[in-house]
Design a protein around this ligand. Structure first.
Ligand SMILES: Cc1ncc(COP(=O)(O)O)c(C=O)c1O
Length: 476
């Protein structure tokens, strides 16, 4: 689905289009060969070690895993340069939402080759940027006040841009409210919002950020958790008064291990902020496309409140949505790049695909995937004993769990062992630390049962048997 006056960028001829179809089919056929777990090829083991050592030297520090992709993979599978194949349950920390070598991805890359550049800029723009921005804005137009979109180079830059809009609008009220355990990125501004002292060692504090607790998932009384947050907000207000430009929140905290509350939690916070003239900035860099609606704010029914929303990762390009009211004065925002032509095409195609193929809603493919994973975790948590998988939860394709005491030591040991055993995950949060899966939605592209779960799904079966085996190995 293209916009009304849709035009294609790049060269085109019947011959090119025919060859592109053939090439897309041939590439897909080759990628599809990466379709099961596999150990390294004997003759390539040294190659991985050598390439790995070179890379560690050039960047000056170790990686989390001994992982360098060969560029081959299909669906949930990724191949490493040593020929080994693993399940990818973290997907570029959220980017490959549809899985590896999805046909739309192959198409986007091939169509980009028809265009006379690699990167699309702001000054000399291409039709792809326009189409992608409009596709995203159309998805929020009906219920929210978001009317504009500006591309940025990363999730962090999208957040920087959001902050600039709020600062200009509310100058000189530059203070910000954020939430404990927040992660907003690595730029100079966002490292100050991120609530993790280890990540800003030796850095000066340039922003004045006040933190309230996010929802406490482990408090048996949700109302008490809400009261606690509201009391903290009142305290901040009593101390600082009307000095705030905005309140920034991840509705599902990504790097904290998927912490989220019920709708009521956000409603109370947002109403409180609106009553005080504080703008609502929702960071959807990690949640975009991954919950039970395209945006988490849509899933929680918070459309009317949002003033500025940032996206990246699964959108394949990055940027900031904002209201008419927050459109800045000339001069404030610019930048060379919108994104790569392939990224822009993939962003638009992904959104169109996700919105038209029954992924969203309470009985959509993502909700079914969530139910299936949580049920499987319940089964192994009860099967291997409560003290081994001590928490499991999440929403949509964002699923997390705690192993044993949730300590850094055990959790890191588990994630490394899981990698060795063939499943790639990532850790998140501290005290407790969680294991995080950002699931590829290809796991949901199979028939599900009447009960709304994916059963007899050979991939999911195998992933859980590896998780269970790894738990037993780590917590003997
Ligand atoms: C919620 C959130 N905000 C911002 C960022 C920063 O995005 P980027 O790494 O693209 O700069 C991330 C990255 O993980 C994130 O999860």
């Amino acid at each position: 689905m293209a916009t009304a006056n849709s035009i294609n960028s790049g060269v085109r001829s019947p011959q090119i289009l025919e060859q592109m179809d053939q090439l897309a089919a041939a590439i897909l056929q080759e990628q599809k060969k990466i379709c099961k777990l596999k150990g390294p090829d004997a003759d390539k083991v040294d190659l991985l070690s050598q390439k790995f050592a070179e890379y560690v030297r050039s960047r000056g520090r170790e990686f989390v895993y001994r992982y360098i992709s060969s560029g081959r993979g299909y669906g949930p599978f990724t191949e490493l340069v040593d020929g080994s194949v693993k399940y990818d349950m973290i997907n570029g920390i959220g980017t490959n939402v549809l899985g590896h070598a999805h046909p739309l991805m192959i198409r986007s890359n091939l169509e980009a080759a028809l265009v006379d550049t690699v990167m699309c800029g702001n000054l000399q723009t291409y039709i792809d940027a326009n189409e992608t921005a409009i596709t995203l804005l159309n998805a929020v137009r009906e219920k929210s006040r978001l009317r504009h979109f500006w591309f940025s180079g990363s999730g962090s830059c999208s957040n920087d841009l959001a902050l600039k809009l709020l600062w200009q609008k509310r100058a000189p009220k530059y203070n910000l409210i954020a939430f404990r355990k927040a992660f907003a990125g690595r730029s100079i501004a966002t490292q100050d919002i991120t609530d993790k002292p280890d990540y800003r060692e030796g850095m000066p504090h340039l922003l004045n950020v006040h933190y309230a607790p996010h929802f406490d998932q482990k408090n048996p009384d949700p109302q008490a958790s809400i009261r606690n947050t509201m009391a903290a907000l009142e305290e901040i207000w009593a101390q600082e008064g009307d000095t705030f430009c905005g309140l920034v929140i991840e509705l599902v905290q990504g790097e904290a291990g998927f912490i989220f509350g019920p709708r009521e939690f956000y409603l109370e916070i947002f109403k409180w902020a609106k009553d005080r003239g504080i703008y609502i900035w929702v960071d959807e860099v990690q949640t975009f496309a991954r919950t039970r609606q395209l945006f988490a704010f849509q899933m929680f029914g918070l459309d009317e409140f949002v003033d500025v929303v940032t996206v990246a990762k699964a959108f394949h390009v990055c940027g900031t949505l904002f209201t008419e009211e927050l459109n800045p004065r000339p001069g404030l925002i610019a930048g060379t790049f919108n994104g790569s032509i392939a990224g822009l095409k993939m962003g638009r195609k992904s959104v169109q695909h996700l919105l038209s193929e029954n992924y969203y809603g309470d009985d959509g493919k993502i909700a079914r995937l969530e139910r299936t994973f949580l049920k499987r975790f319940k089964e192994i948590a009860e099967g291997v004993g409560r003290n081994k998988i001590t928490y499991y939860g999440g929403i949509g394709s964002m699923i997390s769990f705690e192993v044993g005491d949730g300590s850094k030591k055990i959790t890191n040991e588990f994630s490394n062992k899981l990698f060795e055993n063939g499943v790639i995950c990532f850790t998140a949060g501290q005290n407790p630390m969680r294991i995080r899966f950002l699931l590829p939605l290809v796991l949901a592209d199979v028939n599900s049962s009447d009960s709304g779960e994916y059963i007899d799904n050979k991939y999911i079966d195998e992933i859980f048997s590896i998780v269970e085996k790894t738990v037993m190995e780590v917590l003997k």
